[in-house]
Design a protein around this ligand. Structure first.
Ligand SMILES: [Zn+2]
Length: 157
């Protein structure tokens, strides 16, 4: 089990309360929180001493050089690195995992407009977990990995 913060916010369109999980209160340096598609199982991904992540960062640098991208820092920003790193993570329950719950979408009406204030005070909840694995990524050759990364980085250019 993993402890996450729960935010209950009211949808401005249909007025129903939506429950979102946030990692804000358990933020830890060097970790990301991933979730499955249904957002009912979570995983804490350790980035420090994670050889897959180390190699991934190194390859971002190499691919940027290959593509003559000068602004490598852009791709090492957590927002983009997270989106890219998903390609290295195995599917869970048959679906790709996510690192974020953004943009927030009302599960009743699909609206993205929410009240600025919480309906209930932020509280903690225990959630089911899974382990992020990299088996499908690890069987690829370095060239295959760089090719996939290169394709993905091109989309941000
Ligand atoms: Zn709604």
């Amino acid at each position: 089990m993993l402890k996450l913060g729960v935010e209950v916010v009211k949808c401005l369109k249909c007025g129903k309360d939506n429950r979102f999980l946030t990692q804000a209160d358990i933020y830890e340096y060097g970790t990301w929180i991933a979730h499955n598609r249904k957002c009912d199982r979570f995983s804490r991904v350790m980035l420090i001493d994670n050889p897959v992540f180390d190699e991934f960062l190194e390859m971002i640098g190499q691919v940027c050089s290959d593509l003559n991208i000068e602004d490598k820092e852009k791709y090492l920003h957590p927002d983009i690195t997270q989106a890219l790193f998903l390609m290295a993570c195995d599917p869970v329950d048959g679906d790709v995992i996510s690192f974020r719950d953004e943009p927030r979408i009302c599960r009743y009406c699909g609206s993205k407009e929410f009240a600025d204030t919480l309906s209930e005070p932020l509280h903690a909840a225990e959630v089911e977990t899974f382990e992020v694995t990299y088996d499908l990524w690890n069987i690829k050759t370095k060239e295959e990995k760089k090719h996939l990364l290169s394709e993905a980085i091109r989309k941000y250019l």
